[in-house]
Design a binder for this molecule. Structure first.
Ligand SMILES: Cc1ncc(COP(=O)(O)O)c(C=O)c1O
Length: 413
């Protein structure tokens, strides 16, 4: 076996990764039209409305409400459920803070459930363990671009009369048993931030089939001003989460590329999975039958009892082979409840509100070991990003590098 590049051996990846530009003529054309219209405000413009219609049609849903970020989209979705402050909302221990921000701003209590170690998604069993008389909703995160097991989770929602929100920020055009994720929950959220498959710098979208939720969402975006009815008399607290015409224009152009991007990432990710499956001690993501993974992230587990090296050193050796990667899944590498805001119950200054509150009747704390599978996943997972511009040769070389590093440190005894 040749020695690792880390120790002066030959690098596995010697040629640059395939690359390309995310924005081009289509975005310029759309933006020029906005400037020519001389209007950036969504309610008087055309692009945000067109985006909403196009996105809803793509997903076969009745309504889409565009907004300023994925965080805003989740917040809006939560807002439409009209939950009483102090109500518990169950979500995944592995997600982005954007899933939790809106929950906390609505004075609701996040409750974390554990994941399946091979899909990194919430399981119906772990959710059910967390349901109490105080539970008011479930926010399902389709992690890294793979659908959670929605049939079981929807059945749980029906059994306990709990609305489900799908957080699809990482999961554009992800298939689940013949449906798209984002079409099953009561109201579902998407992100258009820089890191996502498609982007307009920052932006978000909400999908629902329910007219009442659409109405509340449209108010929630806009300070509870009812522009449709020409009324300005807010009856609940709502932020300003408007999307501008500039964002709408770019998002419209990006939408045209979405199917190609997801198709390409799915093909490359499937290829990489097939290669990595053959390497002892390495476990690529497991894609349940009937699912289309869109590989927002490509993660694999390292069995550290067989591959005798720390995850950080494995990651460094892989990087030295020319393969960019992140140990512990993402920067920070910990469950959401291990963040200071939850450890210290410090959402709002000088108080433990809403976690501990005599007004709300709440008293929750978040301890280590709450979700053991999620905690373990962070310790053993490397994240390789897949880009739609990568070539099949890039994927082969990524796999070769993982094989080389794993083989070097593997103890067969
Ligand atoms: C699962 C999930 N939810 C919500 C968000 C928040 O999206 P945004 O960054 O657009 O606010 C993200 C962003 O990374 C995410 O991954």
């Amino acid at each position: 076996m040749s020695s690792l590049a880390l120790y002066g051996g030959p690098r596995t990846k010697t040629t640059p990764f395939g690359s390309g530009k995310r924005f081009g003529e289509e975005e310029k054309k759309q933006l020029m039209q906005v400037i020519d219209e001389d209007m950036l405000f969504y309610f008087f413009g055309k692009k945000v409305f067109e985006l909403q219609e196009t996105f809803a049609r793509l997903y076969g849903m009745n309504y889409c409400i565009a907004c300023s970020s994925g965080t805003a989209a989740v917040h809006i979705a939560i807002g439409t459920l009209e939950l009483t402050p102090g109500t518990e909302v169950i979500t995944s221990a592995i997600t982005d803070m954007g899933t939790l921000t809106g929950i906390l701003y609505q004075n609701l209590i996040p409750v974390f459930a554990d994941i399946d170690p091979l899909t990194y998604n919430l399981t119906a069993e772990s959710i059910e363990q967390r349901i109490t008389p105080r539970t008011g909703a479930i926010v399902v995160v389709h992690h890294a671009g793979l659908a959670a097991d929605m049939d079981k989770i929807m059945a749980l929602g029906e059994k306990y009369h709990l609305p489900i929100i799908e957080d699809c920020a990482q999961a554009y055009l992800c298939g689940y048993q013949g449906r798209w994720v984002g079409t099953m929950g009561a109201i579902n959220a998407f992100s258009l931030n820089h890191f996502k498959h498609i982007t307009c710098g920052s932006g978000g979208m909400v999908l629902t089939n329910d007219e009442k939720k659409r109405k509340i969402a449209s108010l929630f975006v806009d300070k509870c001003y009812d522009r449709e009815a020409g009324k300005r008399n807010p009856y609940f607290l709502a932020p300003n989460y408007q999307m501008t015409e500039l964002q709408g224009a770019v998002a419209l152009a990006q939408l045209k590329k979405l199917e190609w991007i997801v198709e390409r990432r799915n093909r490359l990710g499937t290829q990489l999975t097939e290669y990595l499956q053959q390497i002892p001690g390495i476990t690529p993501p497991s894609v349940p039958a009937g699912c289309r993974h869109s590989y927002f992230l490509f993660m694999f587990r390292v069995d550290l009892s067989r591959i005798r090296v720390s995850l950080v050193d494995f990651s460094k050796a892989l990087a030295a082979e020319g393969i960019p990667n992140a140990p512990h899944m993402i920067t920070g590498g910990m469950c959401e409840y291990q963040y200071d805001i939850f450890r210290n119950l410090s959402a709002f200054p000088n108080s433990r509100h809403p976690f501990v509150s005599s007004d709300l009747g709440t008293n929750i704390s978040y301890q280590e070991g709450l979700c053991p599978q999620a905690e373990k996943a962070f310790l053993e997972t490397i994240n390789l990003q897949i880009n739609e511009f990568y070539t099949e040769k890039d994927i082969r070389e990524m796999a070769d590098a993982v094989e080389k590093v794993a083989g070097f440190y593997r103890s067969e005894g």
